[in-house]
Design a protein around this ligand. Sequence first.
Ligand code: HEM
Length: 418
Amino acid sequence: MTVTITPPMSDARAREIADGFDLRALPPDFYANPYPVYARLRETAPVRRMPDGSYFLTRYADLVAVYRDAHTFSSDKKVEFTPKYGAGSPLLEHHTTSLVFNDPPLHTRVRKLIMGALTRRAIAEMEPGLVALVDRLLDAIEAKGGGDLVEDFASAIPVEIIGNLLGVPHADRGPLRDWSLAILGALEPKLTPEQEERGNRSVGEFTAYLKTLVADRRRHPGDPEHDVLTRLIQGEEAGEQLSESELVQNCVFILNAGHETTTNLIGNALCALQEWPEALQQLLRTTDEASLTLAVDEFLRFESSNQLGNRRALVACEVGGVQLPAGALVTLCIGAANRDPAQFADPDKLDLRREPNRHLAFGFGIHQCAGLSLARLEGRIAVGRFLARFPGYRLTESPTRGGRARFRGFLHAPFALR
Ligand code: HEM
């Protein structure tokens, strides 16, 4: 059986999609391989005005300029999300209370509390548990002679790591992945009524669950050096405590942020290596920590699990030579910026020794991913130990994509051990 991971796209087709580009009306072949479309946009309309009046940015330098200027480009989504989700809806409350969709001062208070629990030492201490978890998953795969890269491996890692970070009991972790997929899925540019209903229901169920967890943790606090939830409950100094809604909604966000993104990093990496056999052979020869660290950053650049970011211009301004009015909504296309030839030599090549590799997969500036060291650690251990155990793995069918513009990854990728 022929296995196709990234189907090619003709120049004519890329031109057709790019010339009528509308994030709310993307065809299926775009999801399968958006890069030729991104390249065409970058070359012909790097600050592209879309039919709804918002702007789509594809050049690396323009993304960095927007990320850098948090005074002009706000992350606060209340104006944008109120008509999208409706006043009083659970999705609106969630997505407008999490730190990532807020500006200082709420953003600064929450970020400081989270970063205090994600120190270099705290992350290093997670490594032995992570290795043991990955090895247990590999044992189970070996016992059944193969499986699904996403279901049996990539998605089973972040749920445990992030669950540990907030001290969610093992028995309660079952619904976390579905809640997370539904809540982040509601960020897609266009929503069906079913997606919206699932998103609202998931926020309701997730927050109800977290309220009981918070009440329990208030009675039995954990070690604030390691337990993010205890840290968020206690606040660092008097006056820094979060309200109940801020606390619960930010816990939902942390659990979601570290979930699908990291699943996709691991799944995308193991699928990309099947498309690039020379890179696979090279990595199999050098599985030391430094080589794997470089490789993980290249996977993040090459198939960024979070492809899109958003900002709103608070005042009239200029980006990449284009004048934007006050209130303009801006989509930052990380997936396009990470393939920009002005920043990366031979950008469509998976080059596992690429250095320097200043990709934007974790964003940039004041909102840069708070979990990037943890994500890199998970990627390195998962990919490294998988390859060491199953160097001859191969996909047995074409993997199934998630079909999302924002979060790029696979839902299923069946494979055999050799
Ligand atoms: C491969 C995995 C990951 C990717 C690609 C990723 C990507 C990103 C990106 C692009 C942003 C910036 C959003 C913006 O500026 O609008 C972000 C923010 C964030 N991420 Fe991650 N992330 C990953 C894993 C994690 C993990 C494991 C955690 C868990 C602790 C996490 C927690 C956060 C938090 C708390 C923020 C908000 C930071 C802020 O607003 O200051 N992420 N992430």
